[in-house]
Design a protein. Structure first.
Length: 446
């Protein structure tokens, strides 16, 4: 059977999926409480995976081939609908078993939990159905585990330990609901004219896609907003780049970060090359401010360009009501962290210079050589793009660029509409679509 026919067969399940989706979502199994604990533990684990976006994990191993299909595309929508149809079929057939957490399982071990693991992997399509029910953890099981891990943003090490157990033991009904919610999000975007060239930031995946002519030409690891300083969803156009920018600290960061730091270390502002100005542009000595009060909030805090600047080499600007933007960072080590939700609302981009060269491609005089020369010289310059590039900050936690390989990411901001995904914590309050997040409104977050 050809891959085209298989895809057609999967898409044909869409009608049945749409008819039964509401019932499937409303009849979650009694294991919902367990699912909640599984996702909560997965979200907060200190050994959480690094959101490794390996989108073409075919066969029995996670091939290091990244799909060029954009998340915002009609093909992705159709593939996600087909995947949802398959998950509905799995749910109607009884779902998958919960894998006993018997400690780390790895190649070479023989354990009574392995047949259950094989069944779980086979039902989801990660292991061939004819792989048998042996108690041995062999190379076939290892490859299937790697494939599963890659689909769920976990490091594909082939070892079933705490975080892989947590992801595996989320019931299929919850995953189906996650797909349903994200199909609606994709439908809202796919019908739009997104532009021949555009940038898409997927917040839950902490990743950036640069798309041209329907193909992903660049993909970047990102750092997005903390749970209590969330990156907003938005649509805008990138209009200019600030090379070697000043950084102006918003009032919230002055209040939450700078004032406490100055109470601990009165030399902090000097070492960080941050200057204070009043509303007339006069510089204010730090020693003249009472740091035990909120007096500092009425002043402007500006950091000079340089290696310690919060935005490092570049700031990418696009109009939006939240005053957020994309930028470089001097803390490059953060991109390798297990959880990349560490900003105050803005998006930090790894290898950002590749992105800005692509953005400025049609702007005369701003090729890579010139951009690198300006940055190296620490010259403060603006680049107004000849052709603005659309940018979309989105929230997609489940999708498929191949109908047989659905991808899942944690619902970090708890927006997928399932009560069992929400934490009883005020710092993780979810905001309805269109509702302003007070942590980023009016904030030049970083």
């Amino acid at each position: 059977m050809t891959s085209t026919k298989r895809f057609s067969d999967r898409v044909s399940t869409r009608r049945g999926f749409l008819l039964g989706a509401a019932a499937a979502g409303a009849s979650l199994a009694p294991g919902a409480a367990f699912a909640q604990n599984a996702l909560v533990d997965l979200l907060h684990s200190p050994t959480r995976g690094n959101w490794d976006d390996q989108f073409d994990t075919r066969g029995s191993s996670p091939r290091q081939v990244i799909s060029n299909v954009p998340i915002f595309s009609s093909y992705t929508l159709q593939a996600t609908q087909s995947a949802a149809g398959e998950y509905q079929r799995i749910a109607q057939s009884g779902g998958w078993p919960m894998v006993p957490e018997v400690g780390p399982l790895r190649i070479g071990l023989d354990n009574g939990a392995v047949p259950v693991l094989r069944q779980r992997l086979a039902i989801a399509g990660d292991l061939a159905a004819n792989a048998g029910m042996s108690t041995a953890f062999d190379t076939y099981v290892q490859g299937a585990v790697k494939r599963f891990q890659a689909r769920h943003g976990l490091p594909p090490d082939g070892i079933v330990s705490e975080q892989t157990y947590k992801a595996m033991n989320v019931p299929v009904e919850l995953r189906l609901n996650q797909l349903m919610v994200n199909i609606q999000r994709l439908q809202q975007m796919v019908g739009k004219d997104l532009g021949q060239r555009f940038v898409m930031v997927n917040i839950p995946a902490a990743s950036v896609e640069a798309v041209e002519n329907g193909t992903v030409v660049q993909r970047h690891v990102a750092i997005v907003g903390k749970i209590d300083r969330q990156t907003p969803t938005l649509e805008s156009k990138i209009i200019n780049l600030n090379l070697n920018p000043y950084w102006h600290a918003p009032a919230s960061i002055v209040r939450k970060d700078i004032i406490p730091l100055m109470r601990k270390d009165p030399t902090y502002l000097e070492s960080a090359n941050i200057h204070i100005y009043d509303h007339k542009g006069n510089e204010i000595p730090p020693q003249s401010i009472d740091w035990n009060t909120d007096e500092a909030e009425k002043y402007l805090f500006r950091q000079d360009p340089g290696k310690n600047n919060a935005m490092a080499s570049v700031k990418i600007n696009f109009p939006n009501p939240y005053n957020v933007y994309m930028h470089d960072t001097p803390e490059q080590g953060l991109f390798s962290q297990l959880m990349r939700f560490d900003s105050s609302g803005c998006v930090r981009v790894q290898n950002v210079r590749d992105l800005i060269v692509w953005l400025a491609r049609d702007t005369p005089g701003w090729d890579r050589q010139h951009i690198e020369q300006v940055i190296a010289a620490r010259d403060r310059q603006d680049v107004d793009l000849t052709t603005p590039v659309p940018v979309y900050f989105t929230y997609i936690t489940a999708w498929a660029t191949d109908p047989a390989i659905p991808q899942f990411r944690d619902d970090i901001y708890h927006r997928d509409g399932s009560e069992q995904l929400a934490l009883n914590n005020l710092s993780t309050t979810a905001y309805a679509p269109g509702e302003k997040n007070p942590y980023v409104q009016g904030d030049e977050g970083y």
